[in-house]
Design a protein around this ligand. Sequence first.
Ligand code: NAP
Length: 303
Amino acid sequence: MNSFSSVLLAALMMVGSSTDALSLAVPKKVIVSGAGGQTGQSLFRQMLAIPDEFQPLGLVRSEESKAALIESGDIPEDSVVVVDVTDADAVKAMTTGKDIDAFCICTSAKPAPTGETDEATGRPVFGFPNGDPEIVDYMGQKNQIDACPKGTHVVICSTMGGTDPDQMLNSLGRVVNEDGTTSGGNIVKWKRTAEVYLMDQKDLSYTIVHPGGLVNEPGSEREIVVGVDDSQDGTESRSIPREDVASVMLNAVRYPAKYAARSFDIRAKPVGDGTPTTNFELLLDTLDGKNSDYSLGETMLQK
Ligand SMILES: NC(=O)c1ccc[n+]([C@@H]2O[C@H](COP(=O)([O-])OP(=O)(O)OC[C@H]3O[C@@H](n4cnc5c(N)ncnc54)[C@H](OP(=O)(O)O)[C@@H]3O)[C@@H](O)[C@H]2O)c1
């Protein structure tokens, strides 16, 4: 190689490397909804801790949720926005004209005891004081999906249990009317309905995460087991720390080539059983391309 060629080669290599450095230096703009909630807050905090990679905006339901989040510490006030996701216009106004790489949905209706007791079973009756699943888990998620600009990667924190229409969680908040019909409840089915809606949006990409039972224990200490269709293969554990769920969601945004167009379950082995997961880029490889099968279970729109 003559000296001119080697100078040219060196210059081209410099251009190449500076372009890479430039692309690496642009943090992804991410909206995290449910940012005052447990999993959402963990994800929001994990992203805030890596400003070179992520520029998250946390969406919370009310001024009270915002105040509690700010008071909990280390959250810049201007990184939090108050939007009720059941208000389609408000969600749309928040995203209009914004450059968004990813939208992570961690909102959910929350069951709470109503104070009544079921006469037949003697068990406490549950309701959804802050909005029924149809409103929060279906319409609220649909509003968020509809507000995403073309090309946005939408990552949903949903739940396992979707293959079983009789899943116990569906009965929470469900009431039998005088004419024998039912209303309210069906939280898992409404979540699954929103998932199918997202997958139908050709201008967006998606990752749908179905965690097992959520526990508030430290993350990064367990081996995460991925699966599909509520399989119990790989571990007897049916749970996973919220921090680990948040890490999977963060890495879905980080590695879109690996996580886009994927829907899967996650659980975690007990601490000390297996090797704590560190390579999230390869996490889904054991699925051999399998995704959740939506012909199983029920959505509310099939009824
Ligand atoms: N609990 C489990 O064992 C389990 C298992 C598997 C999957 N999951 C699912 O995993 C997800 C995360 O669960 P989590 O327990 O970490 O959640 P969480 O703490 O209950 O957080 C839910 C968040 O949604 C927000 N929210 C509710 N309605 C809203 C609205 N209209 N507008 C804006 N924000 C709204 C809540 O805000 P406010 O607090 O201000 O109301 C809260 O911050 C949920 O989808 C849950 O169903 C749970």
